[in-house]
Design a protein around this ligand. Sequence first.
Ligand code: ADP
Ligand code: MG
Length: 407
Amino acid sequence: MAQGIPDDVMMNAALIKDLVDVAKDAALQQGVLMRIQETPNSSEMVTYTSFTLFPTPVPKAPFLQALALQTHYNTLVDKISQDPDFLQDALASTIAVDDFTARLFRIHQQILKEGRSQSIVLGLNRSDYMLDQGEDGKSSLKQIEINTFAASFGVRSQLDSQRIPDNNPAAGLAGAVAKAWELYGSESDGLEVAVVYFRNGYMPQNYVSEQYWDARLLMERSMAVKCPDISTHLAGTKKVQQVLAKPGVLEKFFPDQPQVAEQIRATFAGLYTLDMGPDGDKTVAMALAAPDRFVLKPQREGGGNNIYGSEICEVLEGMKEGTERMAYILMDKILPTPSKNYLLIRDAPLQISNCLSELGAFGAYVRRGKDTVMNECVGHLLRTKGSEHSDGGVAAGVAVLDNPLLF
Ligand code: ADP
Ligand code: MG
């Protein structure tokens, strides 16, 4: 780990123990907190949000590349959300077999039919990447997914070091919300809602009964600025991600900026359709022949839904020629270079772990009608997990917060 923490520090048990104590106290002092599983609704008992003891070395070029691309990703998501024909085509196979996406799509259609009630759009998203280790030893930035719904961990993390870049996404995200609120021009009698920020509603389990769907529809039809609105929600689906990777699709969204399309495309990993037909059949054969090279993804968010390794074969063989396979996409597995670190997770033993990191770039944009009022990259997020885990985020208890140490 040439660019990182020297081995004699890593292996010095007494020093590590001292550092861990100091680091946990610092986390408590700075409010890097989360609730605990035993008492998930208590404000009496909380713990630190899991984090790495040391920052993880990240090469500067791909880090800056991710930040520089974010405004283009904002534009892309926003353009997709305004293209009903594209969404209809892209999601046709998915909604035929995936009830959750189909219900969201129905709301989207109803809004289109009635006409959008609000011309102000507020987008807060996070594009996630891993650094794929190429055969030539050079790492390249590859997108895992883009989150257009409840992109979390925009927490403040500021450290005093030249190699750890400043980061304050919360300020930028809040700035965009404030801008949307201002544009809405609320006279605010205390009854009107100017901005709806969805923290939840991206999982089927969030819709406990029909009333929850009614509430979603009510919010979508309201005058409030929705973050995200239903079409931006759909623009963030994994199926859309796969369709964008098809030749020429991305280029259509940037007709006058081929270089932007090229820069975005450079971050795409291989993405493959499982629609019925020869292309989908080819994908199945490819996955069955080398399942360890791929990740099988359903249209779900929040961690823990993807399928890896031999389980890919079980699932695909179980579906055979059935249309259920259209609910999934297949993606190349990205292989980052592992690094060593200590993951500080409550009640977990303190040990050196082999770790993989995922870099996120936060985007914030506001548009009114045709007018882009704001389009920014407002910060980053580095999450790190033990390499034994294929999947999982911070909330899922697998990944932990980290900071990039640029080199
Ligand atoms: P979710 O919506 O559940 O967050 P993601 O696509 O982000 O779905 O996948 C969850 C996790 O699985 C990621 O954080 C990453 O650790 C892992 N993962 C997803 N796609 C890939 C991939 N193509 N290669 C390697 N790991 C992946
Ligand atoms: Mg994710």
